[in-house]
Design a protein around this ligand. Structure first.
Ligand code: ADP
Ligand code: MG
Length: 282
């Protein structure tokens, strides 16, 4: 896995701004999918958001990325208010998102799929690129070089020209992450990046996320059900249950928290670790 240099082409350098969620409530009719949720994801960390099904994790990602509107509360990246902005603006402001379900165009190559992430960074539109205006072709070349770099970072360098539809599942999921990275995000939202992966693919994705944190300085907000992975990778964990934050702390702290035990097991048995850290004795 090669290091990816800071954005060379019209990208933004990772800036040391926290992502702050302030008292966000989202109502769907009578249901509060999120109720007064606050969290703070520090720059250059992996911050996990966990909780049982229906807890509000995807709703939170949808609010941060501008897909859902908050009923009240705010999301800020440094001094910039993200709430109220449209999704493409939120992307441009530095929030990249990899979706839980496979997206992308199956018949198009790895490289072309990654390039989709760069469209908002390209000054010349497709029309002038299509008309082969020299400056547009030059810009396109620089963006393709950056897309290739990102592909190499994600171990997709050998597959650049392969249609993504025929890739193994693990590679296809890494194309999703590559496309999100191609937007040059300061915050990367990963929704269940290892769901459906085998052990080898999971280990590879975990290593990739570590490398993103280590070499790109990006804040990773991670929704994931694989608790072994979350507990080994996350710097901090926020636990949601029925739309509320029931715990927030280091993996060790939340895995001991009775509120988390109740959320997952419906009991207050404090002798049982709430979530497996993968490290306890058999
Ligand atoms: N667009 C929507 N309209 C109505 N209810 C929704 C919508 N999106 C989510 N919900 C509800 O909000 C709650 C939280 O859902 P979600 O955020 O998807 O949970 P999670 O991702 O933690 O499983 C659920 O009760 C869900 O049915
Ligand atoms: Mg969900």
């Amino acid at each position: 896995m090669s290091a990816v240099a800071p954005a060379g082409v019209a990208g933004s350098l990772a800036v040391a701004d926290p992502l702050v969620v302030e008292g966000v409530t989202v109502r769907f009719g009578a249901l509060a999918a999120l109720a007064d949720v606050s969290l703070r994801a520090e720059p250059g960390t992996v911050h996990a958001v966990i909780g049982p099904n229906g807890a509000g994790k995807s709703t939170l990602f949808n609010v941060i990325s501008g897909v859902y509107r908050a009923t009240s509360g705010r999301v800020l990246l440094g001094g910039t208010v993200l709430t109220g902005q449209r999704p493409h603006r939120v992307t441009a402001l530095g929030v990249g998102r990899a979706f839980q379900n496979l997206a992308g165009s199956p018949y198009e190559s790895v490289l072309d799929n990654i390039m989709i992430g760069r469209h908002h960074l390209m000054r010349t539109g497709f029309l002038s690129a299509g008309l082969r205006i020299p400056s547009a072709r030059h810009e396109e070349r620089l963006h393709r070089a950056r897309a290739r770099e990102i592909a190499e970072f994600l171990d997709l360098g050998e597959r650049l020209h392969v249609p993504i539809g025929i890739l193994p599942y693990g590679d296809r999921k890494r194309v999703e992450v590559a496309r999100a990275l191609a937007t040059e995000p300061r915050v990367l939202l990963l929704d269940e990046p290892v769901a459906g992966m085998n052990a080898v693919e999971t280990a590879q994705m975990t290593a990739t996320i570590r490398a993103i944190r280590a070499s790109l300085g990006i804040t990773v907000l991670l929704v994931e059900h694989d608790m072994t992975m979350v507990m080994s990778l996350a710097d901090r964990v926020t636990v949601l249950d029925f739309g509320r934050v029931v715990s927030d702390g280091t993996p060790a702290e939340v895995s001991r928290d009775p509120a988390v035990i109740r959320a997952y097991l419906g009991t207050g048995d404090e002798d049982t670790p709430a979530v497996s850290t993968g490290k306890e004795q058999p």
